[in-house]
Design a protein around this ligand. Structure first.
Ligand code: SAH
Length: 305
């Protein structure tokens, strides 16, 4: 039985098997993950239109496919956060630019996207030109826990499946608070731990996901809510969208199953890096987290008043 201690310390601890890695080493590991897995994501998950490195939102009422579900996630976050067309947005952990480009294209928002990967920033910039929104969107390499922006620079901070990479989620929230204008909005969408005691098989699935996606730890939704409160955020709301995310978890599992022979052969031939193989294995392991309810998937919205 593996127990993740539900105390203050979790925030500064990595749960991964290489738990002794420092914050800088963890960041370097995440950069390597995104640099080396760029093509895998485009091949097996997203496309050049949605550029999405996140789970989709599958509404029961509509027959979404993967592409639509990925785009739909942007719409849901935008609406829940109450972002307005003129708002200046910081896309904190922007990946290859999917949400930034979507906001500029659909609503004309000026967006700054930041990522720790220089490669991602270059790719995102390239895609921005392809989508014709280069006048509205720009990308920079920066740490979302310590950005180069002045206080009160943004109307909204958007973190879609990115804040999980922070060793201490409070560091991310402190910086989001600093760069937000008074009245500004924060939207965070991520996975949260639902339980703290795991059997061997469940723990393997959790650790495979953390290692494969270069995430040091996950907190529970209550812990995250408390961190938001401690930071001073108001109007904190949490929406559990696990059911609307299940479609993507299933899709990822099916793709991973289908690619199993290709993964095995190319791994045997030495054509897959360690990061790529670890990323592949998450495709299978993440399904356990969903089906056994080890994690939930939520959208938090909050305001700096
Ligand atoms: N939000 C994007 C990408 C999600 S992947 C999307 O939905 O498509 C997570 C992103 O967070 C990656 O771009 C990664 O580089 C970024 N990231 C991880 N740690 C970061 C940090 N400390 N500072 C800034 N970005 C970070």
């Amino acid at each position: 039985m593996y127990t993740v201690e539900p105390n203050q310390d979790y925030r500064d601890q990595s749960l991964r098997h290489d738990a002794e890695l420092s914050s800088d080493e963890l960041k370097a590991d995440a950069t390597k993950h995104y640099d080396e897995c760029y093509r895998d994501y485009l091949f097996a998950w997203c496309n050049r239109e949605n550029l999405a490195l996140h789970y989709g939102y599958w509404d029961e009422d509509q027959p979404y496919d993967q592409h639509q579900a990925l785009l739909n996630k942007n719409r849901v976050l935008y609406e829940k956060a109450g972002i307005q067309p003129g708002d200046k947005v910081l896309d904190a952990g922007c990946g290859i630019g999917g949400s930034s480009i979507w906001m500029a294209k659909q609503h004309g928002n000026p967006v700054t996207g930041i990522t720790i990967s220089a490669k991602q920033a270059d790719y995102a910039q390239e895609h921005t030109r392809h989508h014709g929104v280069q006048d509205l969107v720009n990308f920079e390499v920066a740490d979302f826990c310590a950005t180069p922006f002045a206080d009160a620079s943004f109307d909204a901070v958007w973190a879609l499946e990115s804040s999980c990479h922070a060793l201490n989620k409070g560091d991310f929230l402190r910086e989001a608070w600093r760069v937000l204008k008074p009245g500004g909005r924060l939207v965070v969408c991520d996975g949260f731990l639902l339980q703290r005691r795991f059997d061997e098989r469940q723990w393997q699935a959790v650790v495979t996901c953390l290692n494969g996606w270069a995430v040091p730890n996950l907190c529970s939704r209550d812990e995250f809510g408390q961190l938001l409160q401690q930071q001073g955020f108001q109007s904190i709301q949490c929406h559990d969208i696990t059911p609307q995310t299940q479609g993507s978890a299933d899709y990822m599992y099916k793709v991973a199953k289908r690619l199993q022979p290709v993964q095995k052969i190319s791994q045997w031939l030495g054509l897959r890096t360690k990061a790529q193989t670890a990323n592949y294995l998450v495709g299978l392991a993440q399904h356990v987290l969903f089906t056994e309810r080890l994690t939930e998937y939520c959208i938090f919205t909050a305001r700096k008043v």
